[in-house]
Design a protein around this ligand. Structure first.
Ligand SMILES: C[C@@H](N)C(=O)N[C@H](C)C(=O)O
Ligand code: ZN
Length: 228
């Protein structure tokens, strides 16, 4: 089995960043992509992706079998929302594992929510998505998108054995299309794919991440505005 590198791993934080300045693009204006409103926020941040990541996502969609499309749940995530998600799930992990040291709690947390300082969604290069048919009906992928390791008994892991043959085949369909255009998967979450962020750079052995943390679309004064 290949090693799963958690987002809390020091190697992720150690990746250099070479911000390319690509803008965030509003997916609500991209007719070819189907968006789901489950993660919708007040300013539409969730519906944004860096231009290069979006271009690759559209290429990947063209590689899907006839009649199958992507259903996108979340792209960009503002830094303060990432911090809130991380702190909330870390509290859940502390309650479930009261004897574990802080570093282990951070690692357990990062299996489901990224530490804010390396968060792929905050770079605008990560996307949570599933597959649907022509009428928008979701295909079986083994768990709901965003199912926790606890509620899914680990079936959220991309290579989990405890899913149906059909779900495994659908995960392979996603993998083939998204990997072919340069995305990488976070192996603890079948629905989470990214391009250009630090995790991507580490897995693809790129010299640096192309996308650093960026400000929400409403706060940007043209181009990409680094937040830190
Ligand atoms: C839980 C999910 N929505 C998610 O995005 N997790 C990853 C690891 C993240 O926080 O970047
Ligand atoms: Zn994600």
């Amino acid at each position: 089995m290949t090693e799963i590198i958690p987002l809390s791993d020091a190697r992720v934080a150690g990746v250099a960043e070479d911000e390319c300045g690509e803008p965030l693009v509003d997916l609500r204006e991209v007719a070819e992509l189907r968006l789901d409103a489950r993660q919708a926020d007040h300013d539409g941040s969730y519906a944004h992706l860096r231009a290069g990541a979006l271009r690759r996502l559209l290429q990947a969609q063209r590689l899907l079998p006839t009649g199958v499309r992507f259903l996108v749940l979340e792209g960009y995530r503002p830094p303060q929302l990432q911090r809130r998600y991380f702190e909330e799930y870390a509290a859940t992990m502390r309650a479930a594992h009261p004897d574990e040291a802080p570093d282990r709690i951070r690692e357990l947390t990062s299996a489901y929510i990224s530490p804010p300082e390396v968060a792929p969604h905050v770079s605008g290069g990560a996307v949570d998505l599933t597959l649907c048919g022509a009428d928008g009906t979701e295909l079986p992928l083994g768990t709901e998108v965003n199912a926790t390791p606890e509620e899914s008994e680990g079936a959220c892991r991309t290579a989990a054995p405890n899913i149906s043959v059909e779900a495994r085949a659908n995960r392979a369909v996603m993998d083939r299309a998204l990997t072919a255009v340069g995305f990488v998967n976070y192996p603890t979450e079948w629905w989470h794919w990214s391009y250009g962020d630090r995790y991507w750079a580490l897995l693809r052995r790129a010299p640096a991440a192309r996308y650093g943390p960026t400000a929400p679309p409403g706060l940007r004064a043209g181009g990409s505005t680094p937040t830190a």
